[in-house]
Design a protein around this ligand. Structure first.
Ligand code: ATR
Length: 285
């Protein structure tokens, strides 16, 4: 199927980031639109890094249905909104803004759904409620992940961070069964976990190797990296060499895009678009 011609009725959505040039979201959403013959379009927006608020205010009123928001604007996106879902509030960040015709802006965060969707897609028998999960990092990405895991019934989350004070602050802010641990003592934090998730920026573009003792995880642990460029980060490569099952960041990216698509275009992504294969091709050097 192909997309109908663009008219005044075409639903417009997009993604805002700085930089936005390398975002895979336009590729994913437009492939779904085309596969479903849906009258919509999805475009990249690159507002100046210091002018996100005025960019968003200019979109109010519904001419643009909504936008995804990526780095470095996720916290500002939440602050701009008229109202926010519980999961956006828990994550203290929004990756999705919907512009209502009355001028209001509704914030949501589908990154947590993306994280859970990635496990469902690549480690189908993994049960988030089955045991403790360790998260590496204590920044914005880690916060969203911890909130989503607690919401999904994880019995204990261990935030493992280079700077212990930041892990403690995040654990305190989120409350619940969350422990803070120093990266230097990660072996202890990895004992008995069902999964380890890298939510740091280490390994992006193949730079750096996270000094985390994955050999201290049980053989059955699933190792996930939120980074998708490269698809197999040094962290995942190491996990695979230890024989651990792995989940990649591209599955999370596609997992967060699906509920965003439904919010923009009023229907779930159609089957048959092969967006993972398209994204993998786009990631090739
Ligand atoms: P984001 O909001 O995208 O999550 P961030 O707030 O900059 O990004 O957080 C980056 C995370 O990566 C932090 O947890 C950081 O650890 P510190 O709190 O100690 O700074 C972690 N990080 C970055 N470089 C690291 C490295 N070389 N080794 C270990 N952790 C690192």
């Amino acid at each position: 199927m192909s997309r109908p011609p663009i008219t005044g009725a075409t639903l417009v959505a997009g993604v805002a980031g700085a930089p936005v040039r390398h975002s895979l979201s336009p590729l994913i959403h437009n492939a779904w639109l085309e596969a479903g013959g849906i009258d919509g379009i999805y475009v990249p927006f690159g507002p100046p890094a210091d002018a996100f608020d005025s960019f968003v205010m200019g979109l109010r009123g519904g001419a643009v249905r909504g936008i995804n928001v990526t780095l470095p604007f996720k916290e500002q996106a939440l602050a701009c909104a008229t109202s926010a879902s519980a999961r956006a509030q828990a994550a203290a960040a929004a990756n999705l803004l919907i512009f209502e015709p009355d001028g209001s802006i509704v914030a949501d965060n589908t990154d947590g759904l993306g994280l859970l969707g990635a496990f469902a897609a690549q480690a189908p028998d993994f049960d988030v409620a089955a045991g403790p999960i360790a998260i590496l990092g204590a920044g914005g990405a880690a916060r969203g992940a911890v909130a989503a895991l607690l919401q999904a019934g994880c019995p204990e989350v261990r935030i493992v961070n280079r700077t212990l004070a930041k892990a403690e602050a995040l654990a305190g802010a989120l409350g619940g069964p969350v422990r803070a641990c120093e990266l230097a003592a990660a072996a202890e934090a990895f004992a008995g976990v069902s999964a380890v998730i890298n939510a740091t920026s280490v390994g992006l573009d193949g730079k750096g190797v996270l000094d985390a003792p994955l050999e201290a995880t049980p053989d059955t642990a699933v190792i996930m990296d939120m980074i998708y460029k490269p698809l197999v980060t040094p962290f995942l490569h190491w996990a695979q060499s230890l024989g651990r099952r792995t989940v990649d960041g591209l599955a999370m990216l596609i997992g967060q895009a699906a509920p965003s698509f439904e919010a923009f275009y009023g229907q779930p992504p159609p089957p048959g678009a092969h967006v993972r294969a398209l994204a993998l091709k786009a990631l090739e050097p």
